[in-house]
Design a protein. Structure first.
Length: 142
């Protein structure tokens, strides 16, 4: 399992929004420039985040994006599930499970139990970590 570039950029972009004064909207270009993230890719990611109701798109003069909820209410798991669609260690712990070795082994493979436990723990860490938590962990740039 690996968090894709899209997942990473989504978290970086939302973290940037979370650090803005309340009520401020931000254009994708500003986030792209500040965080050194490709603008066109970030724009596509923000469309997905808007459909997932994690950000609100504001049109017109002074438009841009803002968080749909407070940073304390947006977990990393919510972000990753929105952008990654299926966030899983192995195919046997997905919504449509399949075994890498064979279909016959699914459900009787001893590894499936280990993968399921690992997935539960990973999900727990990401679910328990919010954007607000990341802000408090941020290391000041010297």
């Amino acid at each position: 399992m690996q968090v894709t570039r899209a997942g990473e950029y989504a978290i970086i972009g939302l973290l940037y929004l979370a650090q803005q004064p309340e009520g401020r909207t931000v254009m994708v270009e500003e986030i792209s420039d500040a965080e050194k993230v490709p603008g066109s890719f970030l724009a596509k990611i923000f469309q997905v985040l808007a459909r997932g109701k994690l950000v609100v798109s504001h049109r017109g003069a002074g438009g841009g994006f803002s968080l749909a909820r407070p940073a304390t209410e947006i977990s990393l798991l919510q972000i990753l599930n929105c952008v990654e669609r299926e966030f899983a260690l192995q195919k046997c712990v997905t919504e449509e499970p399949s075994c890498v070795v064979s279909t016959e082994r699914l459900g009787s493979c001893v590894l499936c139990g280990v993968f399921a436990e690992a997935q539960r723990r990973v999900n727990e860490v990401f679910a328990d970590t919010t954007l607000a938590d990341l802000i408090t962990r941020a290391v000041p740039v010297s």
